[in-house]
Ligand binder design. Sequence first.
Ligand SMILES: *[C@@H]1O[C@H](CO)[C@@H](O)[C@H](O)[C@H]1NC(C)=O
Ligand SMILES: *[C@@H]1O[C@H](CO)[C@@H](O)[C@H](O)[C@H]1NC(C)=O
Ligand SMILES: *[C@@H]1O[C@H](CO)[C@@H](O)[C@H](O)[C@H]1NC(C)=O
Ligand SMILES: [Zn+2]
Length: 531
Amino acid sequence: MNGLWWRCLSLCIFIGTSIGAPASEPSSDDNYWAQRSRFLIEESQVSLGGRMHFEYGERAANNILMAAKEEEVDEGFVDPSSFLPARNFLTVVDEVRGSSTFQIIEKMPKGAALHIHDTALTSADFVFENITFRDDLYVCRPADGSFQFRFRRVADKKVTCASSEGWELLADLRANSSIKDEVDTRIRQAMTMIVPDPAKAYPNVNVAWIAFQNIFITIEPMLTYLPVYEDYYYQGLYELYDDNVLYLELRSTLPTLYDLDGNQYGPIEVARLYKETTERFVKNHPDFIGTRLIYAPLRNANDRQMDDYLTTFAALRKEFPDFVIGFDLVGQEEKGEPLARFVDKLRAVSPSIRLFLHAGETNWNGLSTDENLIDAILLNATRIGHGYALLKHPRVLELAVEREVAIEVNPISNQVLTLVGDMRNHPASFLFARDYPVVLSADDPGLWGARGLSYDFYEAFVGIMSRSADIRALKQLALNSIKYSAMPDEEKVRAYEIWTEKWAKFITDMTYEYSIVSRSKRSCEVDFVPT
Ligand SMILES: *[C@@H]1O[C@H](CO)[C@@H](O)[C@H](O)[C@H]1NC(C)=O
Ligand SMILES: *[C@@H]1O[C@H](CO)[C@@H](O)[C@H](O)[C@H]1NC(C)=O
Ligand SMILES: *[C@@H]1O[C@H](CO)[C@@H](O)[C@H](O)[C@H]1NC(C)=O
Ligand SMILES: [Zn+2]
């Protein structure tokens, strides 16, 4: 209530002074207060969504959203320990779910997810509750507490297992009541980064990345069982759809899949599985637009491997020209090869191959990692993954704006992988303040208890953007995600139409649901739109 009152006041002052009436502030220098009000309005106008007008119903919906957000921010201002974005997401997932701001964001149509990785797309709950309860799943439990998984007809003696028990059928372990609970607890722990004390468990970026990569190493042999891979992906699409996301550009390493007969399935077959599973999903959910694929193998590669990647990519493009859209390299930038190492190879193929490069996902300044940003922009990347270090390279930022190279910001990922502790310090606050070409995504939601994009939208909206950033900022993020996607133009038009309809419903539903609350608050509303 307090917050709303202040907003009203500053607008009233602005209106008062702009029509020449004396400001009511008890000041000897009236001009100062007019200047100050103009300053705030100008700041808001150059920010994300700041140039948009409120359209039908949006003002009332905004009041509801902002009441929730301001209450949360103002409570944090008084008692910082209550402010969720200041704390590690791994410890506040459940509290975020209880936030009214989050609950509104969940219902919002968020557009497209443009930066998510294959085997981190789907929630760990699904992997645990569905996949680990399937037949034929064997586990190996070495003494170090790690786990290995394989689907097999019979225990596989060829794959070594550093446990005296050898490969055991998971169903048999679960049938043993004296160990069942412990086994289940440990399996769940092996699937996410969630720990009680992240600062202790992940003291720096290298330690965090080792834990992160160990999860992929643990779950991949379970997920790459052909029927599981398909169901996991389908469920991932469902979780996005359920979170009001309408399109996905998936980055995949295209891991080799297997079945129980000893067959293996290579990149072309994996891409076909993605394409056909997407088509099946769209058939069942016609208001989901679809997906496209970015081939994104490991950056920790030598020249020969890089040549293989590009050969594979060429074959993928030939087979799926509309579905496979581009190339990227993944893995911790500090430990992998810098982009500069592969510049010649990438330049050789550059005009014909679109690059969606991870670059500058780092805290370092002036090292190979943040200099990846320079290569990304000089290689004419279509979008930049993370760009966390962008503020250290203003020229890259200028070129990104000039060439409309969108920055894919993934706030929770940056926090879990220790680049930032408190979201209020996330560098994207600057990108939001100046309406840079930004899209928001989730990177690896399944690995930290998130689902879809809502959690990252929440962290950005409440923790990274200004307290005054409103529903127009969220709307702009959704529109950006369509604009900067690789959809062909006619598909963008369709996505935009579907999104617009859903947005209108979101606005109507919100105002209807909260109509009584919003009526009581409207007494303070000023019908003025800064232009
Ligand atoms: C797992 O999910 C599939 C669909 O993806 C469903 O058909 C099956 O019944 C589920 N199994 C379990 C054990 O939940
Ligand atoms: C159950 O597990 C315990 C602990 O590993 C083991 O000693 C016991 O033999 C198991 N029981 C059966 C029936 O396998
Ligand atoms: C990037 O684009 C610029 C301008 O269109 C062009 O001159 C340059 O050759 C391109 N660079 C690469 C590596 O494709
Ligand atoms: Zn990523």
